[in-house]
Write a protein of this length. Sequence first.
Length: 258
Amino acid sequence: MTNALAALEFPSIGHLVEWEGLFLKGTPFEVNKVVILMWLSAIIVFMLFWVGGRSAKLVPAGVQNIVESTVEFVRKDIILQTIGPQGMAWTPFLTTLFFFILICNIWEVIPGIQFPVNARMALPFFMAMLVWVLYNYVGIKSQGFGKYFKSVVIPPGVPKLLLPLVALIEFISTFFVRPFSLMVRLFANMLAGHLLLVTFAVLTSALFTKTVLVVILPLPFAMLVLVTGFEILVAVLQAFIFTILTAVYIGGAMNPEH
């Protein structure tokens, strides 16, 4: 039993999320495994749209069916529900965002790779800041700076006595909490899922090497399979949450009365 416990040597978190540079080592432009996976994700998204739209058929099938179904989902269940009909121009951006986040997440369950790009904070931070810039730009463009700022910090119907407190809360929420929560939600969920998968993978591997404990091997192995399936669901869910919140923020900037 002691030897079996000794076999359970879990890698450090740093070992799991930090990758040695492959190119341009020691420079601000260092390229590692995570960067390559991010590039591959972008290429896959481009190829999905290119292949799906290259030879469109009346009855979609294969890649075309995947792309068209996702576009329809984004239009009906995200844009129409959050922005309204005037938000249809955001369909390409929001669909691309959904696909990109999903593919970056799904690397976690791909054998030989098994790492979600969004388990590193850099990409969630960049996307959150991009969304922050976009919805503030949309608000200023739609309403003008003064009216947009007023609509953000002074919600309608607030009693005058509470106005200073509410204005401060709304200011902090819109300009600081929103991008921070977008970033942390995506990053933390993907990192936690990655650590959970590693835990059951290490446990299964350790028990597999110990004949005396092989009788309980099916339990951690079954948990590994279940957690893998659960993480696929989480990958889709986190892509959806990030995308729909982006649409909500854009819609709120365009239509403050909503």
